[in-house]
Design a protein around this ligand. Structure first.
Ligand SMILES: *Cc1c(COP(=O)(O)O)cnc(C)c1O
Length: 391
């Protein structure tokens, strides 16, 4: 694979870990290639560091991947969520239905515009269940915000039938799902797509985000919003913000957007080898790929069954001591923190038993494109050893 031949520019990471008894197989690894260095130099020499041709090229490539008419680059995935909620006019008194098993940004964005977050329980694919969403819809509901967790899309076809027939907006938290699809529909196409290009994501610019949409009104609003509300020079249309991406960041992302198929194929190949090696282990459930959905394996997440000889937290500890950078996404549901507890806009009383179970049973293993075949075999051996050693 092309990616494997790239120089390990973050060698410092491995050096820093050399003091440990075993080399850590990291859960995520950033590798900057020569084409990225070239494009970044081009930006530095051009003198146009922000909102220039690299950002425009980045947007064109992303729109091609999402198959949307528009892609608007921003400075983070959080900005993409907040800008989308604002573009849709969502605010105080409005309810947005989302997943309880997600990163804090999803909830924080809903709170940032003053709206109320409701939580629908998840299915075995870790995304919101249609019937759970339906049961929360009430006259205050304005939007459904599924999270395409670990790189697997929620069933957006079914969700969009519900949102269209009920007059609700569909917003996709696609931060982990660039290149994913469901029944041939790309992530960020049916709903307003919110992407992140943070350092750990499948495509990274360091920090960055974007909104994808076919709706010109939403795209125009967000283009104006990201630039202090300015359409023409010093003509302010709305009270705006500074949400712009820099050309330096766009230059880092462009080669990855161009190579998205290779990045995804490498993740899928690693995931399929992990499946082969792990699916026969008693008490371990490997990830599920529902029919028609293309999983892009932002995370490869196994589940430690209730009857397994090992519990989740001791499995993570044992894997780490064996040099496997296992991680838990997420150890607690998004609303289950003191800072949200007394906020009436965070409806932690919604019933989400399957999500609670998942948060206590999931473990993510390294699946990134820079793993060697030996790394993948070492991950399999470590899981096998950890589970049988606990029996
Ligand atoms: C990363 C992420 C975000 C936020 O993106 P940032 O670029 O870090 O602001 C939002 N939602 C999910 C599910 C994410 O994984």
């Amino acid at each position: 694979m092309l990616l494997r031949s790239l120089p390990l520019s973050v060698g410092c990471r491995r050096d820093a870990l050399a003091a440990y008894p075993v080399r850590m197989i990291a859960i995520t690894q950033v590798v900057v290639g020569s084409r990225q260095r070239e494009l970044v130099s081009e930006v530095l020499e051009s003198g146009q560091l922000a909102q220039g041709p690299m950002v425009a090229a980045f947007e064109d490539l992303l729109a091609q991947i999402a198959k949307t008419r528009h892609a608007v680059a921003l400075n983070s995935g959080t900005s993409a969520l907040v800008a989308t909620l604002r573009a849709l006019g969502i605010g105080r008194g409005d309810e947005v239905i989302t997943s309880p098993l997600t990163f804090a940004a999803t909830l924080n964005a809903i709170l940032a515009v003053g709206a109320t977050a409701r939580f629908a329980d998840i299915g075995p694919d870790y995304t919101v269940r249609l019937d759970a969403v339906e049961s929360l819809v009430n006259p205050k509901t304005v939007a459904v915000l599924p999270v395409h967790l670990y790189g697997l899309m929620a069933d957006v076809g079914a969700l969009s039938r519900l949102t269209r027939s009920s007059g609700l907006a569909l917003i996709e938290d696609a931060a982990q799902a660039i290149g994913a699809s469901a029944d041939g529909i790309q992530a960020g196409k049916l709903g307003t797509g919110c992407f992140s290009f943070y350092a750990t994501k499948n495509v990274t610019t360091g920090e960055g985000g974007a909104v994808t949409t076919d709706d010109s009104a939403i795209a125009d609003y967000i283009r104006v919003l990201r630039n202090q509300g300015m359409k023409d020079r010093y003509q302010y249309e709305i009270p705006g913000d500074n949400l712009r991406m820099t050309d330096v960041h766009a230059a880092i992302g462009i080669p990855q957007l161009e190579g998205i198929e290779a990045i995804t194929a490498a993740r899928q190949a690693n995931a399929h080898r992990l499946n082969q090696g792990l699916s026969t282990i008693e008490g371990i459930e490997v990830p599920w790929e529902p029919e028609g959905r293309r999983h892009v394996y932002h995370q490869y997440t196994i589940r430690v069954a209730a009857q397994s000889p090992v519990d989740r937290d001791s499995l993570v500890a044992s894997l780490r001591s064996a040099g496997v950078g296992a991680a838990v996404y997420y150890p607690r549901l998004v609303f289950d923190y003191g800072c949200y507890r007394d906020d009436p806009r965070v409806r932690s009383d919604d019933s989400v038993p399957a999500a609670f179970d998942a948060a206590s049973q999931v473990v993510s293993l390294p699946v990134h494109p820079h793993l060697t075949e030996d790394d993948v075999e070492a991950v399999i051996a470590a899981v096998r050893q950890s589970v049988s050693g606990a029996g």
